[in-house]
Design a protein around this ligand. Structure first.
Ligand SMILES: Nc1nc2c(ncn2[C@@H]2O[C@H](COP(=O)(O)OP(=O)(O)OP(=O)(O)O)[C@@H](O)[C@H]2O)c(=O)[nH]1
Ligand SMILES: [Mg+2]
Length: 301
């Protein structure tokens, strides 16, 4: 092993929808974390392990830090993100170019408390026509908050991501690898499958419905070349169940087809997917239900 090998943890933090998961997927060249145009897509802390011959960056994708009050799930998402900024080597604080609001400020305050190297990453620069506008935009941020460096990227278009990685690398300590270099995440196949099914909900449904949904894989059996998967889509109310099933089962059928394609691409095998929709009333506001549905594993790290 190279005696200058470096390894460390890199938390990616910011308000919802700034592109944290998009950046991590781009670095790993794999869809590890689901992405949508809606806020609060990521609900779990997910490790994404990027190993090269000289270094290992263990990225932590986090739920967006938000200002929404209310449910136990909402509080849990903020706690998960906040706890991720401690005990890491580098924090990437993501901001969307030309957008700075109270949620960004809240997230910036969390980041400031971390003792890690802090990098301000202005994402989605592809959306900005007049790049000069960026100067006053960034000034208002750095006048209030301190960072070790500033980078401008487009995670979606893979612009300036590699130079950012070089800087992250320079902040990592010399260390043995933290994980086997074949391993890309700390999460199980079952976890990724349930996320790929939940992603269909984020894409297909509007308003509060995607936020009332969680998914659990109940059975996973490999028989010959085919992976047989049974999963339950949990919702909070009967009318949500009706919407997800759709007229004569049309909606759930399409969800099943789309999710199966995504899962097959992820596990690189043929899949037989069976979905059920069940009601667990007010699970988003019931801390016991949240624990039972697997949300509190996030605190383990
Ligand atoms: N134009 C543009 N869009 C981007 C870029 N990066 C991300 N997006 C889009 O922004 C939206 C949100 O991306 P996500 O990666 O889900 O954002 P997130 O920060 O993980 O969001 P949460 O998980 O909700 O906290 C998606 O529609 C992405 O395609 C970028 O560099 N340019
Ligand atoms: Mg995300």
């Amino acid at each position: 092993m190279n005696k200058n090998y470096k390894a460390g943890y890199v938390a990616v933090i910011g308000r919802p929808n700034v592109g944290k998961s998009t950046l991590i997927n781009q670095v790993l060249q794999q869809k590890l974390s689901i992405v949508s145009h809606k806020p609060q897509t990521t609900r779990h802390q997910i490790l994404a392990i990027h190993s090269t011959k000289d270094s290992q960056m263990v990225f932590i994708d986090t739920p967006g830090i938000h200002n929404q009050k209310g449910t136990a799930l909402n509080k849990h998402l903020n706690q998960t993100a906040q706890s991720s900024s401690f005990g890491v080597d580098v924090v990437l604080f993501l901001v969307e170019a030309m957008k700075w609001n109270d949620e960004d400020k809240r997230a910036a305050k969390v980041v400031q408390q971390s003792s890690a190297k802090k990098i301000l990453v202005i994402n989605k620069v592809d959306k900005v026509k007049n790049k000069e506008q960026m100067i006053p935009f960034v000034e208002q941020i750095v006048n209030e908050f301190q960072f070790d460096s500033i980078h401008y990227i487009s995670a979606l278009k893979n612009k300036q991501v590699n130079p950012l990685l070089d800087v992250v690398n320079s902040h990592l300590p010399v260390s043995e690898p933290l994980f086997d270099d074949e391993q890309i995440s700390d999460r199980s196949t079952r976890f990724f499958i349930s996320e790929l099914i939940r992603e269909q909900m984020m894409e297909r449904f509007h308003q509060e419905l995607p936020y009332s949904v969680t998914v659990g894989v109940e059975q996973y059996e490999i028989k010959g070349p085919v992976h047989h998967i049974h999963a339950v889509i949990w919702v909070e109310r009967n009318n949500q169940k009706r919407i997800i099933i759709g007229k004569q089962g049309d909606a759930i059928k399409q969800i099943g087809i789309n999710a199966r394609h995504e899962i097959e691409a992820f596990i690189e095998a043929k899949v037989n997917l069976k979905l059920w929709v069940k009601v667990k009333s007010s699970w988003t506001d019931d801390i016991r239900a949240i624990e039972a549905l697997g949300y509190t594993d996030d605190f383990a790290g």
